[in-house]
Design a protein around this ligand. Structure first.
Ligand SMILES: NC(=O)c1ccc[n+]([C@@H]2O[C@H](COP(=O)([O-])OP(=O)(O)OC[C@H]3O[C@@H](n4cnc5c(N)ncnc54)[C@H](O)[C@@H]3O)[C@@H](O)[C@H]2O)c1
Length: 309
């Protein structure tokens, strides 16, 4: 019997990798560019496996699946999938947990270093004809800075290793990671409130869940040092964007470097674009010439496994 593999949406140069993985199997590959749950619900009814990158696969879409053996997320985060509903319907959900860990850790460092050394800010000033040997902000040196990681999973542990090479003191908050992992990494374990109060740079490294949504809100921003810098390569929903914009405008914190946003693409009218103390990248942290193919190959292999191949 022919199996239907339905890709709800994708952003790769081509689907040649998926086609080559499925070539020897009796698979019909159908692919779309769905943006809404209604669009997803319309195309999944006869899917044996659903592969999804960013489209919302929530209750309505899952209920429309009549014979689905599994859902594969192209990526790590599962926040665009209603995992509990899939579980209730007995549909397994797979992700690709480790195709880009070092890329995201490197990107986190790049954002933090650019922010802390004021690289992109001074670059813009120089191009406008401003040549000054002191940058706009007086920040402490990295060797005297504390990096606070919210979440101490796989990517955070790689960030900690890199930050320690810059002589930074690293602390982290993660209720689900045992103390020995912190000890072995030379990282102090703190409650999130203390981390917010004592860190010079804060980087978000946890998933977006009901418990972490807007973990950085007005109160969290007020608790931070005035020269604190915030980096986010995890998920936009971890930050209350309105509260962040107001904190950046009032110098409640000194700057932010963001790869992910509550709404993506970030609308051009968003005020973040007008703030000089913000660095923006377009959810590119995961990407390298190696990680993209690896993501497609591993996702296709996970789909094949769900089909029993
Ligand atoms: N920007 C990108 O291109 C990109 C690429 C890959 C992953 N990501 C994001 O990075 C995130 C982290 O990835 P990872 O591989 O390190 O995941 P991981 O699962 O290894 O680590 C996440 C950690 O967050 C912790 N956590 C959960 N709730 C928490 C809370 N309330 N407070 C503190 N910690 C909490 C978990 O215990 C876990 O240890 C992913 O969820 C994903 O959203 C982004």
């Amino acid at each position: 019997m022919k199996h239907n593999v339905v890709i709800t949406d994708w952003g790769f140069p081509s689907l040649d990798i998926e086609k080559s993985v499925f070539a020897s199997m009796d698979v019909e590959l159908k692919h779309y560019q769905c943006k809404t749950e209604d669009e997803v619900a319309k195309i999944v009814s006869d899917a044996d496996v659903v592969m999804v990158q960013w489209a919302p696969v929530k209750e309505k879409a899952i209920d429309a699946m009549s014979r689905c053996k599994g859902i594969v997320r192209y990526g790590i985060g599962l926040d665009n999938i209603d995992v509990s509903r899939a579980k209730e319907k007995g549909i397994p959900v797979r992700n690709v947990p480790d195709y880009c860990l070092s890329e995201v850790a490197d990107h986190t460092m790049a954002l933090m270093l650019s922010l802390q050394r004021q690289v992109s800010r001074v670059d813009k000033l120089v191009r406008q004809g401003v040549w000054k040997i002191t940058p706009p902000l007086a920040l402490p040196p990295l060797r005297q800075s504390v990096l606070g990681l919210i979440g101490f999973g796989r990517i955070a542990q790689l960030v900690a290793k890199r930050a320690r090479a810059f002589d930074m003191k690293v602390v982290a908050s993660d209720p689900f990671i045992p103390p020995n992992i912190f000890d072995e990494a030379g990282v102090g374990k703190l409650e999130v409130d203390e981390l917010l109060r004592t860190s010079d740079i804060i980087s978000l490294q946890c998933p977006l869940t009901d418990g972490t949504k807007h973990i950085i809100n007005q109160d969290a921003l007020k608790a931070m040092k005035r020269h604190a810098l915030l980096a986010n390569t995890s998920r936009g929903g971890l930050i209350d964007t309105t509260a962040l914009i107001s904190a950046l405008k009032s110098n409640t914190i000194a700057g932010a470097a963001l790869d992910v946003f509550e709404q993506e693409p970030l609308p051009m009218e968003n005020e973040l674009f007008d703030l000089p103390n913000v660095i923006i990248t377009s959810h590119t942290a995961w990407y390298s010439s190696a990680s993209v193919g690896e993501l497609q190959r591993r996702a296709a292999l996970a789909a094949a496994e769900l089909l029993g191949k």
